[in-house]
Design a protein around this ligand. Structure first.
Ligand code: PLP
Length: 386
């Protein structure tokens, strides 16, 4: 029998939604000009860009000038960390969690090389930052705290609203990397109480190469890219008008469909988790005990290498990820699993299943049929040479 491939790697990227492609097509026809040009043609492109920005601002509970378009979630995170620290004379200390994406950890390490002090907050075995440890880390010279909203590997959700309230009390600006959030968690910036928030279009049905940084009005942010002064002087370069229109549509769709998607997807994810626990011995589900994204299931299989399992599943027609796929195809030991304090045997055989809004029950059932055989084959000793 011929089976279609099953895509369970939506935390790495999501397919472009048809409604988004349609919105981009319409924008392409209207916006073939430079939005900075003052003539009628330029004003037409500007109108498309402005509309995208307004719709995004409305969806996030922000205002137009608080939204800066970038070319990725990575760039938005870099702008938050470097932009804040370079614009502030308050001090030379920042706080990040130990399980941030490299798009936060690497800028933090660069700042450390430049003389900043960086506090790396540990997480408990359930993957959450402790609020009291967060508060204890803040000091008068702390310029920024950056704590991700939801983790890309194990899906754990941080209590951002509570952390933002603590940061606010101490007069410390707080940034959250919300790249994994829009399809599964509310993203109203005023409700969350954050000062800065990063998004990436391709994680919620939008186009790759689009991202944005929300920065609360009045916050000083030094630009990373200098030039013509676009994006309120925060990010020069002629804007990706079509990409912005696509991201705006995708964000609206994510917000509108969220409640139903969570209900449907959590049910399928739980079915997958229960089926794995029932059908395969020696497994450990990572990041349980704390709120988790509805689409995420990170499972460690004792006695197998995650790379081998990934390849075995790929050959069987199932696309998944081993730890984080974002680090340019390299499969290094996961700093996230290490931060959970897992026994070494649970750190090497981890697979991330990330469901999407279009994942079907039949696909989950098919994975549950295939997976035990793939794991068993990898666990069985190799035949002795003859
Ligand atoms: N932050 C998180 C939590 C992510 O999961 C990713 C990508 O996987 C990024 C940042 C980087 O986003 P982008 O691919 O748009 O650079």
């Amino acid at each position: 029998m011929n089976f279609e491939r099953i895509y369970l790697d939506n935390a790495a990227t999501t397919p472009l939604r048809q409604e988004v492609a349609d919105a981009m097509h319409a924008a392409l026809e209207e916006s073939g000009f430079n939005p900075s040009s003052l003539h009628a043609e330029g004003r037409k492109a500007r109108a498309v860009l402005d509309e995208a920005r307004d719709r995004i601002a409305a969806t996030l509970g922000a205002t137009r000038t608080e939204i800066t378009f970038t070319a990725s979630g990575t760039e938005a995170n870099n702008l938050a960390l470097f932009g804040m620290t370079r614009a502030s004379a308050k001090g030379r200390h920042i706080v990040v969690s130990a399980i941030e994406h490299p798009a936060v950890l690497r800028p933090a390490a660069q700042l450390r090389d430049e003389g900043f002090e960086v506090t790396y907050l540990p997480v408990a075995s359930d993957g959450q930052v402790a609020a009291d440890a967060f508060e204890a880390a803040l000091r008068p010279g702390t310029v920024l705290a950056s704590i991700m909203y939801a983790n890309n590997e194990i899906g754990t959700v941080q209590p951002i609203r509570h952390l933002a309230e603590i940061a606010g009390r101490h007069g410390v600006a707080i940034h959250t990397d919300a790249v994994q959030a829009p399809s599964w968690l509310p993203c109203d910036v005023r409700e969350l109480g954050v000062d800065l928030l990063s998004l990436s279009g391709h994680k919620f049905g939008g186009p790759k190469g689009t991202g944005l940084l929300y920065a609360r009005r009045g916050l000083a942010l030094a630009p990373l890219v200098h030039g013509g002064g676009q994006e309120f002087g925060r990010r020069s370069g002629t804007e990706n008008v079509v990409g912005a229109a696509g991201m705006a549509r995708a964000l609206e769709l994510a917000a509108v469909g969220r409640a139903e998607n969570i209900r449907r997807t959590a049910e399928l994810r739980d079915q997958l988790e229960a089926g794995i626990r029932a059908g395969i011995s020696d497994v450990h589900v990572n990041g349980t005990g704390a709120p988790r994204l509805a689409n995420n299931l990170s499972v460690s299989f004792a006695g197998v290498e995650s790379e081998a399992l990934l390849v075995g599943l790929d050959l069987a027609g199932v696309a998944v990820s081993a730890g984080s796929a974002c680090t340019s195809g390299t499969l290094e030991p996961s700093h996230v699993l290490a931060a959970l304090g897992l026994e070494p045997r649970w750190q090497t055989g981890a697979i991330r299943f990330s469901l999407g809004t279009t994942t079907r029950r039949a696909e989950i059932e098919r994975v549950l049929v295939l997976l035990p055989g793939v794991v068993a084959q990898l666990r069985s000793p190799a035949p002795a040479p003859r």
